[in-house]
Design a protein around this ligand. Structure first.
Ligand SMILES: *Cc1c(COP(=O)(O)O)cnc(C)c1O
Length: 392
């Protein structure tokens, strides 16, 4: 049975070209970029090329605006903490209720351990940010704003360029977790007021454990990781040179395929979504139908349990994820769908399909073939739990 992978917002397959680009960095180019010999120089050149590849993908004005990190989580943590440190007299953070745990947990931590107030801006039923509440939270006491570019669960895209401009009006630093947006949406950061941008390798067909933080020139940035002077004092520790080169190659490929996101991948997603909604009653798409990542579709199927559905799909060789299980493994509903006020009976049956350039029509057709029957099966009253069985 062929495997169908539709969980690309969780992680993506490393592109073979990325893998090939990384290999030399383990072997003959194994040097430490800080070393003053040929081995070091070769590694340094490779790292510089990767920085330029990323610069091109996100439209940074200067290559040295990019600092490599261990991934999206570190970038998010580093940006928010640096923002607080850069503005010692300001004691507030503005974020949203639907951020990734990398932002939410860090904000909760500083709220309990420091004298910091966190404003968590709500969203509406479509997952759109409450801009009125956002504006109201923006005061000269805000040190840093951290709002995601696109939501990992629903794909909803926030109006980042405008939100950043509003933050600038009160002199706050503006950070965005763009882990899901980079490589899927065209970007030109140099023309925006955005100060810091987090991204991650493994969400764009690069390796895991590598990411980057864009830091606009002029932003006062203190490193989260203390140690040597690597990355212009913005991230200590010997560079993960194979990872960096892999991320660079992944960025180059993402740029090459960026049009495919809004054409081929989007039409595959739409075909999947339309087909499922046509064949399965009592189901609806969550998130903003207009402003949405081209690869993402989270559908709430009423009166099923997403965990059961994931198991059945897995048996069919189809990998996707639930929009409802929180990552702590409990039965609790996702904080994103809760913030959107999706009724419990629908949110608990939410399934996220996230596509990538690795998918084709056969994948979509297979899901359309099996899914209606599986939903019907899960919705049928169980002969065991109908009160007459022995309850095993
Ligand atoms: C995956 C993800 C992260 C975390 O990135 P890692 O590289 O896995 O640490 C952060 N934010 C969003 C929106 C993500 O999807």
């Amino acid at each position: 049975m062929s495997q169908i992978y539709l969980d690309n917002n969780a992680t993506t397959r490393v592109d073979p070209e990325v893998f090939d680009a990384m290999r030399p960095l383990f072997m003959d180019q194994f040097g430490n970029p800080s070393s003053k010999h040929e081995f070091g120089a070769a590694a340094g050149v490779a790292v510089q090329k990767a920085r330029q590849q990323l610069q091109a993908l996100i439209g940074a004005a200067f290559e040295d605006e990019i600092a490599f990190t261990s991934g999206g989580t570190e970038s998010d943590n580093a940006a928010i903490l640096a923002g607080l440190e850069a503005m010692p007299r300001r004691t507030e953070i503005v974020t949203s209720m639907v951020e990734h745990p990398a932002v939410l947990a860090l904000c909760a931590h500083v709220e309990t351990t420091r004298d910091v107030k966190v404003h968590r801006i709500p969203v509406d039923r479509q997952g759109r940010l409450d801009v009125v509440a956002y504006k109201a939270a923006l005061t000269p006491n805000v040190a840093v704003v951290s709002i995601m570019w696109a939501n990992n669960e629903t794909g909803t895209i926030f109006p980042l360029v405008e939100l950043a401009e509003l933050a600038k009006e009160v002199g706050a630093l503006f950070h965005t977790d763009a882990v899901q947006a980079v490589g899927k949406l065209p970007m030109d950061l140099k023309s925006t007021a955005i100060d810091m941008v987090s991204l991650s390798g493994h969400k764009l067909h690069g390796p895991k454990g590598i990411g980057a933080l864009y830091i606009k020139r002029g932003v006062h940035f203190g490193s989260l990781i203390k140690g040597g002077h690597q990355e212009r004092n913005r991230r200590a520790g010997t560079e993960n040179t194979p990872g960096i080169v892999g991320l660079g190659k992944a960025a180059e490929l993402a740029l090459k395929f960026i049009d495919e996101q809004s054409t081929r991948i989007k039409s595959l997603r739409d075909r999947l979504e339309t087909g499922l909604l046509q064949s399965i009653p009592n189901a609806f798409v969550t998130g903003d139908l207009e402003q949405r990542l081209p690869n993402t579709s989270t559908i709430a199927f009423e009166n099923i349990e997403s965990d059961g559905m994931l198991l059945l799909l897995n048996r069919e060789g189809i990998a996707c994820s639930s929009g409802s299980a929180c990552s702590c493994g409990s039965q609790e509903l996702s904080h994103v769908l809760r913030a959107m006020n999706i009724p419990h009976t629908a949110a608990q049956g939410a399934i996220r399909f996230s596509l990538s350039r690795d998918n084709d029509e056969k994948d979509v057709d297979r899901v359309l073939e099996v899914m209606p029957g599986l939903v019907e099966m899960l919705r049928a009253p169980s002969p065991i739990f109908n009160g007459y069985g022995d309850g095993i």
